[in-house]
Write a protein that binds this ligand. Structure first.
Ligand code: TYM
Length: 335
């Protein structure tokens, strides 16, 4: 008997330059996960439309994102890489799940509150955003969803919607679980370490972008906010030392070393020495990642081939769930 592997799905919105937060929060785990799970990695371009309206930027961002998936070690022979808009089943299930979602539960979404606070023009898609995410996840009978902390509430909402549907129609959807690591699931802004690092931050000094040039990376880390405790001491405490703790999380993720081990190595160091170490590791890591990224990015024919193959496989898989949903609801499938 061949035991099938649990199914895992994750995605990134191609809405701008990816950040070290995106990498540490999720993408760094993807390559290892390919050995233990059946993995689907989606480029959530329809989600990006909630904010990205520039045709050239979106087009470029989608191909950039595929290149990053590959340079982070996702192997298209082992995993499925696909673009959300290539698999029409996502939009179809999205509408259906809208009919099983409550206005009040969407109003409670923290991400919606944050995003709608930043703008006077709030489009309906920003509000409905988590339902499309639920469709992404539920179409593949996903067991696990590796995400950063900010997306946990959306995965919980997905479970609630799936449970509501299953209670009415019998078992149709697998209830997914978020996979969130203890450290690195919320990388904070460099100058304001009480706020999440985000690709849309207007202050670019708060953010390390995966495509930042190395000089910029070093300068951003050297200018990162720490604290004025005297004598200065390096230890992990998110409440008292958010800046230092954030740099420790970044260093731990990049070096693959536990924070406790790092703290022993850093004992007695000045903040400036510590920052030099973080800057050094991070710039070496980004140099290698960017080199691999550039190799993939220069071959658009290959990127489009991967997206095409991924779409074919995802359509087949997702259609099984969609057909079941149509059947349960009494919709008539196309013969
Ligand atoms: P997005 O594009 O905002 O972020 C992609 C992933 O990166 C994580 N992340 C972070 N992790 C740690 N620290 C940070 N500062 C940080 N910033 C971002 C996010 O938690 C996320 O895991 N809605 C999703 C995309 C999506 C999706 C899905 C994810 C669409 N469909 C289905 C999982 C499953 C989003 O906007 O992620």
């Amino acid at each position: 008997m061949i035991l099938s592997k649990p199914i895992l799905l994750s995605a990134v919105q191609p809405s701008g330059n990816l950040t070290i937060g995106n990498y540490i929060g999720t993408m760094r785990h993807w390559s290892k996960m390919q050995n233990n799970y059946e993995c689907l990695y989606c480029i959530a371009d329809l989600h990006a439309l909630t904010i990205q309206k520039n045709k050239i930027h979106l087009n470029k961002s989608i191909l950039d994102t595929i290149s990053f998936y590959l340079s982070c070690g996702v192997d298209p022979q082992k995993s499925i890489i696909f673009i959300q808009s290539h698999v029409y089943q996502h939009s179809q299930l999205n509408w259906i799940l809208n009919c099983f979602s409550q206005f009040s539960e969407l109003l409670r979404m923290t991400q919606f509150k944050i995003k709608s606070n930043c703008s006077k023009k709030i489009n309906a898609a920003l509000f409905n955003y988590p339902i499309l995410m639920a469709a992404d996840i539920l179409l593949y009978q996903t067991n696990f969803v590796p995400v950063g902390q900010d997306q946990k509430q959306h995965v919980e909402l997905t479970r609630n919607i799936a449970h509501r549907f299953n209670s009415l129609y019998g078992h149709v959807f697998t209830l997914p679980k978020p996979l969130i690591t203890q450290h690195g699931s919320k990388i904070m802004s460099l100058l304001e370490p009480n706020k999440k690092m985000s690709k849309s931050d207007i202050n670019k000094k708060n953010v390390i972008f995966l495509l930042d040039d190395i000089k910029t990376v070093i300068s951003k880390i050297q200018n990162a906010y720490t604290d004025s405790e005297t004598p200065s001491k390096i230890y992990y405490d998110i409440e008292k030392k958010p800046g230092i703790s954030n740099l420790l999380e970044i260093l731990s993720a990049i070096t693959n070393k536990d924070i406790d081990i790092l703290l022993k190595e850093l004992e007695g160091m000045l903040y400036s020495e510590f920052k030099n170490i973080v800057a050094d590791h991070l710039s070496k890591f980004l140099y290698k990642l960017q080199k691999s990224y550039n190799d993939y990015r220069n071959d658009e024919v290959y990127l489009k081939k991967i997206a095409y193959e991924g779409a074919m496989k995802s359509q087949l898989k997702s259609d099984k769930t969609l057909t079941k949903v149509y059947d349960k609801l009494g919709l008539i499938p196309l013969f």
